[in-house]
Write a protein that binds this ligand. Structure first.
Ligand code: 13P
Length: 250
């Protein structure tokens, strides 16, 4: 059985004050112990969050570079994250792919580097509205996955540290959540693809998260779908209702 996983992606939001309030709220909450919870604050606040958040909750960066150190102005390395007790990173988020121009090749290289250096990776994929309307959803998502597989191969140990987040771009920050059927259909396609191209064991073990306008109201029905193993939550992770999303199976 796959352990349910709920990630909170704060994106470029928060202040010292508001992030301390989020941490206090999470520290006081009774969280379902069957759920792996990971929060991803902006880089500037990673240490503040790691030092003040209870150990039950893990902390992720929102990005990491694929070199150990050196002249890479503005970047942070996997070594530096490890040194700071940050155990996860998000990679391949659509906002970085579109706004920062990260290609499949860049995302795959960063993913490999992060895994080789001990980080878990929340690896994101998803289609635009135009691609969905052209019935290209599964082709786009499996194309992104194929690039990742080129780098990771069929190594089950590497895949075990990857969590896949399916985030349809049209559902991110729009309030337009995918229907349970739309999400389940893509999640099942991702799992089939993994089974065919990587291995049935990796397909069975890999957590596939849904992301895009998840909130405390729509999470319960989504969580009941056979191939939805958790969520990557944006806006709602900044609010007290995030606890209800973590506890959606109770
Ligand atoms: P929202 O939950 O704000 O739609 O964001 C989803 C997301 O992009 C999480 O990475």
């Amino acid at each position: 059985p796959r352990k349910f996983f709920v990630g909170g992606n704060f994106k470029m939001n928060g202040t010292i004050k508001s992030i301390k309030a989020i941490v206090d709220n999470l520290n006081q909450a009774n969280l379902d112990s069957n759920v792996e919870v990971v929060v991803a604050p902006p880089a500037l606040y990673l240490l503040l969050v790691r030092d003040s958040l209870k150990a039950q909750i893990e902390v992720a960066a929102q990005n990491v570079y694929d070199q150990p150190d050196g002249a890479f102005t503005g970047e942070i390395s996997a070594h530096q994250l490890g040194d700071s007790n940050i155990t996860w990173t998000i990679l391949g988020h659509s906002e970085r792919r579109t706004l920062l121009g990260e290609s499949d090749a860049v995302v795959s290289s960063k993913t490999k580097y992060a895994l080789d250096n001990g980080l878990g990776v929340i690896w994101c994929c998803g289609e635009t509205l135009e691609q969905r309307e052209a019935s290209l959803t599964v082709a786009v998502v499996t194309g992104q996955l194929a690039s990742l597989k080129e780098t990771l191969g069929t190594d089950a140990a590497a895949w075990a540290k990857v969590v896949i987040a399916y985030e349809p771009i049209w559902a991110i920050g729009t309030g337009k959540v995918a229907t349970t059927e739309q999400a389940q259909e893509v999640h099942a396609a991702i799992r089939n693809w993994l089974s065919d191209k990587v291995s049935p064991a990796v397909a069975e073990a890999t957590r596939i998260l849904y992301g895009g306008s998840v909130n405390e109201k729509n999470c319960k029905d989504l969580a009941k779908q056979a191939d939805i193993d958790g969520f990557l939550v944006g806006g709602a992770s900044l609010k007290p209702g995030f606890v209800e999303i973590v506890n959606c199976n109770l």
